[in-house]
Design a protein around this ligand. Structure first.
Ligand code: FMN
Length: 246
C-alpha cells in the first residue's frame, strides 16, 4: 500500500493529547495543504483561524459542549466558509454578491471546507500528530463568531484539534463496504442486514476498548438524528447574512 493511501485508510480520531507545542514549520506545512486545496469556481471561499492561545482554546472547548481535548492540544483550527472574501473581490469590480442567499452556496462552501479539513487531517497525521475534527463549534456558532471576530457572510463550519497524542485511540469499524460503494446505481438490497451486522460489530468494538456503555449504530443515529443536532446553526447563519431562499 502506498504511504498516502495507508495514511488515509488508517485514519482514526484521537481525544487525548500532550501539552507539547507544534513547531511553526510543521503547522505551516499542514495549513499549506488546505490553502492549496481545490475550491468551487476558484472561489477560495475558505479561511482558517489558528487558535493557539490557551484561554481561547479553553473557551472553544466549553462552547463546543465540554470537549476537553480542544483545550488540551496546542492547536485548534476553525475552518470558515468565507463569502466575505468573495464579496470583497466582487466589490472591487463594482458588483454585488447575491450567492450567499442560496442553499447552493452553503453546499459548495461546505464542500470546500470539507476538502480543506481532509487535507489538514491527513497532513497532520503524516507529521506524526493526532487529530479530531470538531463539529461542536456549531453548538453555539454566534459565540464562536464573536470570539473569532468573523465578518458578515462567513460561518464557522467545522474545526480540528491537532496535537501530539498522549493515549492513542482505536480504529473504529465502519458499515460494510456494500453500504458505501454502489456500482452504477444505488443498491438498497441487503441494507438492513448490513446495518444489523454492523450494529453487532460496533458493540464488539466498544467491548474490546472497554466502553461497554457504547451504543450500537442504530441507537447512536437515533440519539443524534431524531432531533436537530445543532439548532442554533440556522439563526446564526441568518444573522451572518446568509439566506436560503434561492
Ligand atoms: C465534521 C465532523 C465533525 C465532528 N465533530 C466532532 C466533535 O465535535 N467532537 C468529537 O469528539 N468528535 C467529532 N467528530 C469525530 C467523529 O465522531 C468521528 O470521526 C467518528 O466517530 C468516526 O470515528 P473515527 O474518526 O475515529 O474513525 C467529528 C467528525 C467530523 C467528520
Amino acid at each position: 500500500m502506498n504511504p498516502v493511501i495507508k495514511n488515509l485508510v488508517e485514519h482514526y480520531s484521537e481525544r487525548s493529547f500532550l501539552n507539547k507545542a507544534i513547531p511553526d514549520e510543521v503547522l505551516d506545512r499542514i495549513i499549506e495543504t488546505a490553502y492549496r486545496a481545490p475550491t468551487s469556481v476558484n472561489s477560495q471561499q475558505v479561511s482558517v483561524i489558528v487558535s493557539r492561545d490557551a484561554e481561547a482554546r479553553k473557551k472553544i472547548a466549553e462552547l463546543a459542549g465540554g470537549q476537553p481535548w480542544i483545550a488540551q492540544a496546542p492547536v485548534f483550527l476553525t475552518l470558515v466558509l468565507d463569502m466575505y472574501k468573495t464579496q470583497q473581490g466582487m466589490a472591487l469590480n463594482g458588483e454585488q454578491q447575491i450567492a450567499h442567499n442560496s442553499v447552493e452556496s452553503l453546499i459548495s462552501g461546505s464542500t470546500d471546507v470539507g476538502i480543506a479539513l481532509a487535507s489538514i487531517m491527513s497532513a497532520a497525521r503524516s507529521e506524526g500528530l493526532g487529530i479530531v475534527p470538531i463539529g461542536g463549534i456549531r453548538r453555539d456558532p454566534e459565540a464562536i463568531v464573536h470570539l473569532l471576530d468573523l465578518p458578515e457572510h462567513t460561518f464557522p463550519v467545522a474545526g480540528v484539534v491537532i496535537g501530539y497524542v498522549d493515549r492513542p485511540s482505536e480504529r473504529k469499524p465502519r458499515l460494510p463496504m456494500q453500504t458505501f460503494r454502489h456500482e452504477e446505481s444505488y443498491q438498497r438490497e441487503g441494507l438492513e442486514n448490513h446495518i444489523q451486522h454492523y450494529n453487532d460489530r460496533l458493540m464488539q468494538h466498544w467491548q474490546s476498548v472497554g466502553r461497554g456503555e457504547g451504543l450500537n449504530w442504530s441507537e447512536s443515529m437515533g440519539a443524534y438524528y431524531k432531533n436537530i443536532y445543532y439548532p442554533a446553526v440556522c439563526p446564526a447563519l441568518l444573522k451572518q447574512g446568509f439566506k436560503f431562499d434561492k
